[in-house]
Every structure is written in structure tokens, then in C-alpha cells.
Write a protein that binds this ligand. Sequence first.
Ligand code: ZN
Ligand code: ZN
Length: 293
Amino acid sequence: MEKLFAILIIAFIVLLLIKFGKGVGKKRWKKPDKPFSASWRKILFENILFYNNLNADEKNLFEYKVHEFLINVRITGVETEVNEYDRVLVAASAIIPIFAFPNWQYFNLNEVLLYPGLFNQEFKTSGEERSIAGMVGTGYMEGKMVLSKKALHHGFRNETDKKNTAIHEFVHLIDKADGNIDGIPSLLLEKQYAIPWIDLIKKKIDEIYDGQSDINPYGATNKTEFFAVISEYFFERPKLLKQKHPKLYNLLERIFDQKMAGKLKKSPGKEINRNDPCLCGSGEKYKRCCGKP
Ligand SMILES: [Zn+2]
Ligand SMILES: [Zn+2]
């Protein structure tokens, strides 16, 4: 009798494990089932240069992906408030680098923690040695990303300094999707380009050490950081990157499947006026459509 009982318990545990294991592997993102919020669209319009340079269909796709991200990833403020502006900015940073990938989901992320400013290795926001603006969690922080709200805002306010901390951290997650954070996004880079990519990174890191580079020196830390840093450059100043580092630019175009140098022509979104045509494309004036109080 006891034996039978033990066997039953073991069988039950095995069943649970199978079920749980499957759940982890196949966890799919929920799909948006409501229309995109007009106030989120306004935030995109006024702040996201990338979005403003898309055509109408692409804008719809971008909005869908932002929406999907926001209903599947929690954004939590730590010692700071989180508003719609912050949430949309986080989502936009997530979507820009994967915009060209159909069905991409950040399955390795379930929460973004927003800190007011810089933090240290122990995620403390006060005291000495606070130099970190963003981090992808490992160990007990697995599945979480930590971001400085200040750095998040700065990334979209200054479009010329080749810096965008939030995009940097999402590129680490993309890099991680193949199992290793190593600066080589094997899921995205066809095999024959992996060796040229690694060689090129080494060369570019040497140039940074020689003081002959306009690339953020933090990129010289290692291949992983180089990939994240050069991606910030790629999405913020693509034309300049193409001019100064054409080989690097070409490989990044392959990795992200986006011809960035031809984009970002329009100037950053200005604030929308009540009498402007509505952002949703209805043809109505903004004040009579989505801008209705
Ligand atoms: Zn990094
Ligand atoms: Zn409208």
C-alpha cells in the first residue's frame, strides 16, 4: 500500500514537471484586444523620432508592438512614480531594435524596474559608487531589467549623442536570446557573418584603445558591451555610422534587418496642436478626434 502511494506521488510530480516545463518553453504573449490608446499615440508622436519616420502601415505595426509589449511586461517604479510617458518610452526602446522581426517576443523579460537615477551593483540608489544606468538581471533578478528613468528620458531627448541606455539594455536581451550574452546575436546573424563580425569588433575595440575612435569608449569593455554600444549609435546616428564605419554599419543592417541610414529624415516630433490633422489618420482635426477632452 505504501509503495503504491509513493508511486502515485512520484507520477503526480512528474506530470507537474512536464506541464510546468511546457508552460515555460511555450509561454506566449497575450495579444492586444483593444484599440491603441490615443494618449500613447500622442506620446509616440511627440517623442519618438523613429516612429515619426515610419509610413502609415509601419506606424500601425509599431503601435501594435508597443501595445503588446505593455500588456505583457510589467513596468514598476522603485522609489519613483511611473507614468504613461515612461511606459511608452520603455516600450518604444524595446520595439525599435526588433521592429523588423515578425513575431518577436521578449520571452526572457517579465518586468522592467525603473529607478529614479543611477544605481550601484546592489541596486542602491543612494550612497557611493552609483554609476549604472541600466542592467539586465541575472540570478535572482532573472527576467528583470533595471533602468534609470533619467537615462531613459535622456535617450529620447538627445538624438545626437549616440546614447540611448534603454535601447542598449534591450539589445543585451536580444543578444541573450540565443542563450549567451556574448555580443554575437547568433539567432540573427547568419553563420558566415559571425567570424567577420567578431574580427571587426576586435579591430574597432583596438581603435578605441588607440584613442582613434568616435565610438563610446565603454564599448571597449568587451564584445557584449561593444554590440550594445554600437547599436545605440546605429539607431541614433545611422548616417554618421555609415559614413565613419561602413563595414560595421553594413553588418548591423543585416543583424537588425533595418536600413537605418535611409530613415530618421524627419525632425523630432513637435508638440501637436489642437488644429493639426489628427494622428490617427481620420482626416479630422485633432481637437475633434483623438484630442477630445
Ligand atoms: Zn551594457
Ligand atoms: Zn483621431
